[in-house]
Design a protein around this ligand. Structure first.
Ligand SMILES: [Zn+2]
Length: 358
């Protein structure tokens, strides 16, 4: 039984295209980057680079794009590699050298909170198999390197610097990209936020959860790190609150100075409530409908969005009883996210549109 983690799969000869790989197909079909760029103008498909990481651009899984809102999934790497601050963007060393062919993670966080990012957060990577269509994959240093046992992995915690780096990353992703600051708790499609790879690995996977590995029993990460997740998310909320109110900035790239990093958020801010996912929009049930806005026109239904050209639009207008919902740029974006990603799947009956409040 494979005890260890993702890098271990690679070391044991898995070809890169088999590495927790799966087609990144949304329920509505494959979405091309150009289409995403048009429909999600705020997504900065060519961007999505966390400013606190050294950028070592290696790309993702065939140009596929992760869904919105994307989830952030934390792992444990079978590596005790520390990024060399004198050569922080070398693509051939440590995890960077491994990932150049595996295309398996968006970034790596070492024991001091030094982070490298390999793929835009909008690029799908081969890190979580059936979750690749929506999950970012973040690998993390562990002290046992390649030789850890399951017992050691279960006892291993993220260092304080690693936690602060991950929290900073999550805060940035929340503010910039609408990532949700909640503990996913499991791998169900209706669960959103930050998760552990293990949420999608048997025997820890819950009934109905997505399968995030080809290796049941893989200790990625171990118990101690899974237990740190709620704290990492809570700290991310504090940082997000401080950054958004101008009290501090994101961490710079490099080693985390823990005292400075903790002090930057100042005092003890009031706990922030779980963010409402779509606070400035009203959700309206409309069944099948035409969404019309700056991105063009689309025919929409539960789990279905079909971009319409002029001919398709004229045809759709003739569907008996069809309604047209006019949206602004952001309403377009949010509606599409709802329909394609089961963002509020348990509430969808016929269809749901996000209408900007006046
Ligand atoms: Zn993993």
């Amino acid at each position: 039984m494979p005890l260890n983690d993702d890098v271990d799969d690679y070391r044991n000869g898995w070809p890169p295209d088999k590495f927790e790989a799966a087609p990144c197909v949304e329920p509505g079909g494959m979405v091309e980057p150009a289409e995403i760029a048009e429909m999600f103008p705020d997504a900065r498909v060519g961007g999505g680079w966390y400013p606190g990481a050294w950028r070592v651009e290696q790309g993702g899984n065939g140009g596929a794009i992760t869904a919105r809102p994307a989830e952030n999934v934390l792992h444990i790497a079978a590596s005790n590699w520390t990024i060399d601050p004198a050569d922080p963007a070398n693509p051939n060393r440590g995890i960077a050298g491994w990932n150049s062919s595996a295309r398996a993670c968006n970034g790596y966080n070492d024991q001091y909170g030094n982070m490298q990012q390999y793929a835009s957060v909008w690029s799908a990577v081969n890190g979580t198999k059936d979750g690749n269509w929506r999950n970012r994959t973040w690998e993390a240093w562990n002290p046992e390197g390649l030789n850890g046992t399951a017992e050691q992995y279960n006892a291993s915690t993220y260092t304080a610097e690693q936690c602060e780096r991950f929290s900073d990353l999550l805060a940035w992703d929340h503010i910039e990209n609408d990532a949700i600051l909640d503990d996913m708790s499991d791998s169900r499609r209706a669960s959103h936020g930050c998760g552990a790879h293990r949420y999608g690995i048997d025997p820890w996977r819950v009934s109905g959860g997505e399968v995030w590995t080809a290796h049941a029993g893989k200790t990625c990460p171990g118990t101690a790190r899974v237990r740190q997740l709620p704290g990492i998310v809570a700290r991310a909320r504090v940082i997000a609150s401080a950054v958004s109110t101008g009290r501090c900035t994101y961490l710079p790239a490099g080693r985390v100075n823990l005292a400075v990093a903790i002090a930057r958020t100042g005092g003890v801010p009031a706990p922030t409530p779980s963010p409402q996912p779509i606070p400035e929009f009203e959700l309206t049930e409309v069944g099948m409908f035409i969404m019309y806005g700056p991105g063009g026109a689309a025919l929409c239904g539960p789990g279905y969005v079909q971009h319409l050209d002029e001919e398709g639009y004229q045809h759709a207008l003739k569907i008996p009883g069809i309604k047209q919902i006019d949206v602004d740029r952001r309403g377009w974006d949010v509606t599409r996210a709802i329909l394609l990603q089961g963002y509020v799947a348990d509430k969808i009956t016929d269809g749901l549109a996000a209408i900007p409040k006046a």
